[in-house]
Design a protein around this ligand. Structure first.
Ligand SMILES: *Cc1c(COP(=O)(O)O)cnc(C)c1O
Length: 355
């Protein structure tokens, strides 16, 4: 039995893999592969329509929100966001709480001024800064809801009247939140919603068109909205996999239902970590991520041994990010509770033998 704790690309529901592979051979009983049909066919338009409407339904979005599936990964959004929202003379506020957020800051500086209102960099991004203020004059406030590498998550939406922009790549659709509070949300698909190769972008069009910048059409959200997210050939297969995963999520009972399971998985893992002194969780308790749990051991040899034990027991993706070391266990929507049971049993066993 295989257990996949990969951080991204990561586990997707078994039935999504099955349906996606069937569609590669014979899509909708057309006798054609999904890989060989035009994106402007009725068959693909139906996929795009369903994907967009499932996003609206599952996130309970207001009617004015636009849902786009774009190319380039979340890293493209690091610069597409400021290109669309920030004039050279303006300032955007950013919270610096992880490697991904710091990359977003670097890119934003290419387009305007950046005010880093809070940072946990000096403590290795092991907590979420709390006592920061967002100036009322900034063009927008950007933060990362879940720090995939470091294992922290921002559990509350910041109180502010400035437009909120969030990178939700690694916790989108994992927990209920008021998604309508955000002017713009983006997420690379390969953690919680699908295969690599597509970004989900949700934008309130009233924030667009306010800068003096001219930009290439492919970078302009308004062009994508005008063209129904088909300004050029969309990543057809990646959008299809998103649609299947969104359907699956709806069948599970939606975001609140999956949140309950995600909390159960995270509780089991963190309770186990807290009960076994051999494992040392690295981040502040109140900021622990429900999606990525990061922990280390004091002894590098023991770490190697535990990794080998995981591998021998069919567990993938337990090794920590190269910048943090130790271990990272990702608990995305599609990871079954049973995988966490098997892992935590293994941890207890290992601690017993070594303790
Ligand atoms: C994975 C990840 C990214 C980078 O995504 P790409 O699609 O590789 O560009 C950005 N932000 C967060 C929070 C991530 O988890």
């Amino acid at each position: 039995m295989i257990h996949n704790f990969n951080a991204g690309p990561s586990i997707l529901p078994r039935e999504v893999f099955q349906q996606a592979s069937e569609a590669i051979l014979n899509f909708n009983n057309m006798g054609l592969s999904i890989l060989e049909i035009g994106h402007r066919t009725d068959a693909f338009q139906a996929v795009m329509d369903e994907a967009q409407s499932l996003v609206k339904e599952l996130m309970q979005l207001d009617a004015n929100k636009e849902v786009l599936f774009l190319h380039g990964g979340a890293s493209t959004q690091f610069f597409q966001v400021p290109m669309n929202l920030l004039d050279e003379s303006q300032t955007a506020a950013y919270l610096d709480c992880g490697v991904w957020g710091s990359k977003a800051i670097k890119e934003a500086k290419l387009f305007g001024k950046v005010n880093v209102v809070g940072s946990s960099k000096e403590k290795g991004y092991t907590y979420i800064p709390k006592d920061y203020t967002i100036p009322a004059s900034v063009a927008y406030f950007h933060y990362t809801t879940n720090n995939t590498v470091e294992g922290t998550e921002m559990h509350a939406i910041p109180e502010t009247n400035v437009p909120l922009v969030a990178d939700m790549s690694s916790d989108i659709l994992s927990r209920a939140m008021d998604f309508n509070r955000f002017a713009l949300i983006y997420a690379g698909a390969q953690k919680n919603i699908g295969a690599a190769g597509v970004n989900l972008v949700i934008v309130d069009p009233s924030i667009l068109g306010k800068t003096n910048r001219t930009m290439p059409s492919m970078m302009d959200y308004r062009e994508h909205i005008k063209n129904g997210s088909m300004l050029n050939t969309p990543p057809v297969f990646a959008v299809y996999v998103c649609m299947l995963t969104l359907r699956w999520l709806k069948q599970q009972g939606g975001v609140s239902a999956i949140e309950a399971i995600n909390k159960k998985k995270a509780s089991l893992l963190y309770d186990t970590l807290d009960s076994l002194p051999i494992f040392k969780p690295t981040v502040a308790k109140e900021d622990r991520s429900l999606m990525n749990a990061v922990f280390v051991m004091d002894d590098a040899e023991l770490e190697k041994e535990f990794l080998a034990t995981c591998k021998a027991n069919g567990m993938y993706g337990v090794k920590g990010h190269r910048s943090v070391g130790g271990f990272r266990v990702s608990l995305y929507n599609a990871l079954p509770y049973e995988s966490v049971v098997v892992l935590t049993d293994l941890m207890k066993d290992f601690a017993n033998k070594k303790g």
